[in-house]
Design a protein around this ligand. Sequence first.
Ligand code: PPS
Length: 158
Amino acid sequence: MGCSKWSAAFNFGHLKAQSKLSVFFTMVLLFTYLLYCLNGYCDSLPRPVYEHQPVSGNDGAEGEQFLGAHNASPVSLVRKQLSDSPNVHPSNISIANNFGSKKFPQAIIIGVKKGGTRALLEFLRVHPDVRAVGAEPHFFDRFYDKGLEWYSLKHILL
Ligand SMILES: Nc1ncnc2c1ncn2[C@@H]1O[C@H](COP(=O)(O)OS(=O)(=O)O)[C@@H](OP(=O)(O)O)[C@H]1O
């Protein structure tokens, strides 16, 4: 009788120690993750921005090829209008920062409200070679009056 009492007490103590140990390890894991996050490693790490690779015979129209469009794609239209603008020269818009240099986008997602553009953006963003703006700039529907300079300097450079 006394022996079984001791044995029960021993088992209970063993379980208690085990649960304490697992709580301890869980806390260690959580703190490690927290420190890792505080150091900024949980953000998507800046990926190298690839230099422009002209497709042979395409005259630098990689955006058009990406969009599957022809001569008058949104990308080429924006590029053309920017190059026509006296204040904005695409060659001057490469802005250096800690994460590399900013580039023109190679694709623009345009869609009606509730058309699923956010979902498309999020799916594309999963790809490691895709960098995307955080918030939708709403240039064409809300801020078109602000002009291409505002658009290029504030939003489309990635
Ligand atoms: N694949 C697929 N199939 C069906 N429905 C889908 C899909 N992807 C996104 N959605 C729905 O699209 C709604 C969001 O669209 P947008 O991202 O264009 O929204 S917004 O206009 O920019 O706010 C949003 O609808 P609501 O939930 O009614 O707001 C999403 O649920």
